[in-house]
Design a protein around this ligand. Structure first.
Ligand code: G3H
Ligand code: 13P
Ligand code: ZN
Length: 317
């Protein structure tokens, strides 16, 4: 059942975080639904601009619709990840999405507010909610590469004005993470002081964490053992920090890179061990099962595992 993102946030806020997983194809979609059913978790499917054009946005929508029929007990929202204005409008008009993210964080404050406001007006008129970003994460976002030196944490002094002026429904905040596999030099913690300061300014308002993959060391090692050349110093967010962050209002946690690592590990190992094989279905089946396990594990760390019935009760009221 597709629900609104706001319905999920209402149950989760301050208690646990909803996993928002980027999806590009049928195998990921199957694994995602299986993993969320196994862990009894509500979830958000995120679709990036790149995902919409990888096969075709219509194909992706059809895959998700079919998964909803195969797994009727699933409860989830469908969200546009890192949208520009044009893509937001396309998703709002499509009638398929629960929410959109307008990412105008690379613009100055005033322009960010103005663009977000335009999207909010159109989205709210159709019952969708809007995530906006203030501050700038490092790493690669869609086709924009932000050098570490240009990344900047969200300034808690600006968040009240930004939310009030833009009318957005949730705030993607830069709290020390970045996109991709190379987030930190050595182990680093989230900037809990910034999260806390934002929550003080915006009590009850959902904060979104981008760049939340944990980039497991053993996953990177297995990929490299099977022929990959990832930098072994690759490092991500400590999964034990998801829940403490959730208690401070981080209600949506975005994960993409970790899922790509699962795909790469499964396929590299499979073809290393079966060099004469050329049927893609055997590794595809292994991937679906491994991705499902990975999703269930993430949901445990986010605290969303076991919350499916609480969400079902809440949405049926
Ligand atoms: O934040 C970006 C997400 O990881 C989506 O990546 O634009 O390559 O699909 P993508
Ligand atoms: P990761 O690269 O850490 O998986 O972040 C994904 C993300 O923020 C999608 O919007
Ligand atoms: Zn992101």
């Amino acid at each position: 059942m597709i629900v609104t993102t706001a319905q999920l946030f209402k149950v989760a806020y301050g208690k646990f975080a909803i996993g928002a997983y980027n999806i590009n194809n049928a195998e990921q979609t199957m694994g995602l639904f299986k993993g969320c059913i196994a862990s009894k978790a509500p979830f958000i499917i995120q679709i990036s601009k790149g995902a919409r054009s990888y096969t075709d946005k219509k194909m992706l929508e059809a895959i998700i619709r079919s998964a909803g029929e195969i797994f009727p007990e699933a409860i989830y929202a469908v969200h546009l990840d890192h949208g520009d204005e044009k893509t937001c409008y396309d998703c709002i008009e499509s009638g398929f999405y629960s929410s959109v993210m307008i990412d105008a964080s690379h613009d100055d404050f005033k322009t960010n507010v103005a663009i977000t406001r335009r999207v909010v007006d159109k989205a709210h008129a159709k019952g969708l909610s809007v995530e906006a970003e203030l501050g700038m994460l490092g790493g690669v976002e869609e086709d924009i590469q932000v050098e570490e030196g240009n990344a900047c944490l969200t300034n808690p002094e600006e968040v009240e004005e930004f939310v009030k002026e833009s009318g957005c429904d949730s705030l993607a905040a830069a709290i020390g993470t970045s996109h991709g596999a190379y987030k930190f030099k050595g182990q680093q913690s989230l900037h809990f002081n910034v999260i806390e300061a934002i929550q003080k300014k915006l009590p009850g308002f959902p904060i979104v964490m981008h760049g939340s993959s944990s980039v497991p060391k053993d996953e990177v090692a297995r990929i490299n053992k099977a022929g990959g050349t990832l930098d072994p110093s690759a490092c991500g967010v400590n999964e034990e920090e998801y829940l403490p962050a959730a208690k401070l209002g981080v209600t949506k946690v975005n994960v993409d890179t970790d899922g790509r690592l699962v795909w790469t590990r499964v396929h590299r190992e499979y073809f290393r061990d079966h060099p004469g094989e050329f049927d893609f279905r055997p590794p595809g089946k292994i991937f679906i099962e491994e991705y499902a396990k990975f999703i269930a594990h993430k949901n445990e760390k986010l605290g969303s595992a076991g919350q499916l019935e609480a969400v079902r009760d809440s949405v049926s009221k």
